[in-house]
Design a protein around this ligand. Structure first.
Ligand code: AMP
Ligand code: ZN
Length: 114
């Protein structure tokens, strides 16, 4: 999508700090980290929010969660703990309308989130 920030980063038109890439997803360092580890698992396919997911995307979303777990373990947070979360629309604080799985770790994360 031409006016989407994450599509532009994936296309190399805007810089981003990539920590992982494969044919389906990329993983970026969040530009405004909210924890010592704050990564974004982003599908190459543009999907605006969870509301637009289709049955054909089930495997993609599963692979995003499995990638989140792999990264958390790689960074040493598998046992300590981490949070993997999608924000959807205004009241959840979604600001970029291309789905992305936040992966946060490295401090005690409060519950419920604010
Ligand atoms: P959300 O508010 O759930 O839509 O999350 C969007 C996330 O993207 C926020 O945590 C932002 O800090 C992050 N973000 C915005 N611009 C960039 C960028 N250029 N590179 C990496 N992360 C970004
Ligand atoms: Zn996009």
């Amino acid at each position: 999508m031409s006016d989407c920030l994450f599509c532009k980063i994936i296309a190399g038109e805007i810089p981003g700090t990539f920590v992982y890439q494969d044919d389906q997803v990329v993983v970026l360092q969040d530009i405004n980290p909210q924890a010592p580890m704050h990564l974004l698992v982003i599908p190459r396919k543009h999907v605006a929010s969870l509301n637009e997911l289709a049955p054909d995307d089930d495997a993609l979303v599963g692979s995003m969660f499995r990638r989140a777990a792999a990264l958390a373990k790689e960074h040493g947070y598998g046992q300590r703990g981490y949070r993997a979360v999608f924000n959807t629309n205004r009241e959840a604080g979604q600001t970029v309308f291309h789905i992305h799985l936040h992966v946060l770790a490295g401090r005690s994360l409060t519950w419920p989130p604010g």
